[in-house]
Ligand binder design. Structure first.
Ligand code: NAD
Ligand code: UDP
Length: 330
């Protein structure tokens, strides 16, 4: 609509000049790398709805256009196919850096590319943030704790990571990315945030994602195949529903923060009797992982809200719908 300038006289429609500079609406320009992925697409939804101008960047390694198709015609959303390992020039106010394969199956597929994505990709995005004086947030991971000797894990714990194992491309890649983030902060005074995400599940996880919740829901609970338990099946994780993560990432306070979820154990929404098969475990699988969320609660007022049962049902609905589409039976 026509803008009213303070102190100036109001113009009627007839008096308005034929050509007039479009009033510039100042929007927060936000870059989301990995924005076509599982977490990234939910973050794009949140930021677009909030009214930010969102630039989603992705190389579609594990992400998909389906995840953001509904945003493509929004005027405050744009999509760039780009690999974060290559530098890029953009003008942005804020960067959410998520680009990196997250499922062990995906990050082990091309480990050299994975660690390059973590290190060089993060270096490029920190460089961009520095040039633009943009606020920077990186999605790190609970995997920086490796097979933790401290349980539950606090932000202060340094972790127990195998530096030369099959998971190192991811764990050490993220540790190096965290290091770089803090060095840019100390060297250049950049405003940075590190979020160490614990196992997150929800709609839009790739059907072939390979992580435990998507495996159990997709291959097994819906297709009626047995659940694959790796090793002795006694490993534990804490699971959070994706909307809880997004709230923490997008709104999470002013300081450095790690925003992990409430401790919970694997359960399932399942009606027929469950069949289990035991398969050999992967190397260096952490035996237990649970965040101590005291700091997130007290400093940021953040805590997860969606109970596992509720979140799993939403995920089952989404997976059912997508499996039907895939099988052409919708
Ligand atoms: P995802 O695989 O669905 O998303 C990753 C996205 O990054 C994909 O869209 C992929 O195509 C893109 N990508 C990968 N390499 C890229 C590159 N070189 N250039 C540009 N884009 C690239 O996984 P996700 O679960 O959504 O994870 C998102 C982020 O959150 C990752 O950084 C991951 O390490 C972190 N994280 C997630 C979890 C979780 O439980 N979901 C846990 C810990 C950390
Ligand atoms: N896991 C399992 N069956 C599967 C997939 C995973 O038992 O089909 C186990 C795996 O060994 C690990 C836990 O579930 O202990 C979580 O694995 P996931 O790949 O989801 O993520 P991680 O926490 O290891 O990054």
């Amino acid at each position: 609509g026509p803008s009213k300038r303070k102190g100036g006289s109001e113009m009627t429609g007839e008096e308005r000049p034929a050509i007039k500079a479009k009033p510039r609406v100042e929007k927060n320009r936000v870059l989301v790398t990995g924005g076509a992925g599982f977490v990234g697409s939910h973050l794009c939804d949140y930021l677009v709805a909030r009214g930010d101008h969102v630039i989603c960047m992705d190389n579609f390694f594990t992400g998909s256009k389906d995840n953001i198709a509904h945003l493509l015609d929004r005027e405050n959303f744009e999509l760039i196919r780009h690999d974060v390992v290559e530098p890029i020039l953009l003008e942005v106010d804020q960067i959410f850096h998520l680009a990196c394969p997250a499922s062990p199956v995906h990050y082990k597929y091309n480990p050299i590319k994975t660690i390059k994505t973590s290190f060089i990709g993060t270096m490029n995005m920190l460089g961009l943030a520095k040039r633009c004086r943009a606020r920077f947030l990186i999605s790190s991971t609970s995997e920086v704790y490796g097979d933790p000797l401290q349980h539950p894990q606090t932000e202060e714990y340094w972790g127990n990571v195998n530096p030369i194992g099959e998971r190192s491309c991811y764990d050490e890649g993220k540790r190096a990315a965290e290091c770089l983030t803090m060095d840019y902060h100390r060297e250049h005074g950049q405003e940075v945030r590190i979020v160490r995400i614990f196992n997150t599940y929800g709609p839009r996880m790739a059907l072939d994602d390979g992580r435990v919740v998507s495996n159990f829901v997709s291959q097994q609970a819906l297709k009626n195949e047995p659940l694959t338990l790796f090793g002795d099946g006694k490993q534990t994780r804490s699971f959070q529903y994706v909307s809880d993560l997004i709230e923490g990432e997008a709104e999470g306070g002013a300081g450095f923060a790690t925003l992990p979820p409430q401790p919970r154990h694997t359960r399932h929404t399942h009606h027929h009797p469950l069949q289990l098969i035991w398969v050999e475990n992967t190397a260096d699988d952490p035996s237990r992982r649970r965040p101590d969320i005291t700091k997130a609660k007290t400093l940021l007022g953040w805590e997860p809200k969606i109970p596992l049962q509720e979140g799993l049902l939403k995920m089952v609905d989404d997976f059912k719908r997508r499996l039907r589409i895939e099988e052409g039976t919708s």
